[in-house]
Design a protein around this ligand. Structure first.
Ligand SMILES: NC(=O)c1ccc[n+]([C@@H]2O[C@H](COP(=O)([O-])OP(=O)(O)OC[C@H]3O[C@@H](n4cnc5c(N)ncnc54)[C@H](OP(=O)(O)O)[C@@H]3O)[C@@H](O)[C@H]2O)c1
Length: 290
């Protein structure tokens, strides 16, 4: 595997020395079914991660509650010691129930434990970026996030975290957060069919803050659309590549973290960074979400 020259250009997280290629990788799919337990094929998971890095990707999104612990442990097994310049973004604010449920974990002690779980299982002394995950998976929940963010700001002050981001938040929560700490990225649900955050993305772009859409391919319910199929056929590509290329052209502050457990899909997804969408295709795709 050789390095891919075009990974969508680069983006520098605001007020940091961290510059990443816009095409990154989301590690959630490396755990077992339901993001629980070990993967069906550990060798394939390791191969996906090694090829991700060999291709030139330098931004990986993860969390210790994937598995739980399993995804970070595979990351460490496959990639530690980490290559210079690799930015690993993790998140805290949730934990898993015995029944595989996703439970908020936003108390002071749960956040401290979450940061230490990430440090231990990733084999790091300091986390590059930690997202405070607050709302639910389908969208933000209104309300103050000052208390949990203050805990993470303290851990940053103590040297355990370099930079902070937010996940599942609304614009008012970002404003509140910025009175407590610099925020380098926001990670919310967004894709060509789910466009709630359109105005938020434009506002973040103005501020130079990265927007990192989760479920860029539709997540547990993969995107299906005749507009994607038509565009893919015309461009000799696949619907998933078109969906990723659409996100890359949508705004320069969008960073991609498509998730996959397969080397074949990884290769397909990375190639999307080289796909140019003609204007008429973008117009047709814009109609999906309107
Ligand atoms: N902040 C949050 O609350 C939150 C929530 C969810 C996710 N995330 C993050 O966002 C990342 C991306 O989300 P995601 O992985 O859930 O969803 P996604 O990237 O939208 O889609 C992943 C799904 O698409 C399939 N897939 C990937 N590439 C494909 C291709 N080329 N062709 C066909 N199918 C393909 C994967 O299956 P295969 O494994 O078979 O390829 C998997 O089922 C996660 O990895 C995680 O890091 C964050």
């Amino acid at each position: 595997m050789t390095k891919q020259a075009n990974l969508g250009g680069t983006f520098t997280l605001p007020k940091t020395s961290m510059t990443v290629n816009r095409m990154g990788y989301g590690a959630m799919q490396l755990a077992g079914p339901g993001v629980w337990g070990p993967p069906r094929n550990v060798d394939e998971a390791v191969a996906v991660l090694q090829e991700t890095i060999a291709s030139g990707v330098n931004h990986i999104d993860t969390s210790d509650f994937y598995g739980p612990h399993v995804t970070n442990q595979i990351l460490k097994q496959a990639l530690h010691p980490y290559k210079d310049g690799l930015v690993i973004v993790t998140k805290v604010g949730a934990r898993r129930g015995e029944d595989k449920s996703w439970i908020h974990a936003l108390s002071r002690q749960e956040l401290i434990d979450g940061v230490h779980d990430n440090l231990r299982n990733l084999g790091l002394e300091k986390l590059d970026v930690v997202n405070l995950r607050v709302g639910g998976i389908t969208g933000p929940t209104d309300g103050s996030i000052a208390a949990p963010l203050t805990v993470l700001a303290e851990l940053k002050q103590q040297g355990l975290i370099r930079h902070l981001g937010l996940s599942n938040v609304n614009p008012a929560q970002l404003i509140e957060a910025q009175s407590i700490s610099d925020i380098v990225c926001v990670q919310n649900l967004y894709n060509v069919a789910h466009r709630t955050d359109d105005a938020f993305i434009d506002d973040l772009a103005q501020q130079g803050i990265a927007y990192v859409p989760f479920f860029p391919l539709g997540g547990f319910t993969p995107l299906q659309s005749s507009a994607l199929d038509t565009a893919a056929a015309a461009l000799d590509s696949t619907p998933m590549q078109v969906a990723l290329a659409w996100l890359l052209q949508r705004s320069p502050n969008i960073l991609l973290i498509p998730g996959t457990s397969s080397v074949k899909h990884l290769r397909e997804n990375l190639k999307a960074a080289t796909l140019q969408l003609p204007t008429e295709t973008i117009v047709a795709l814009n109609a999906i979400g309107s």
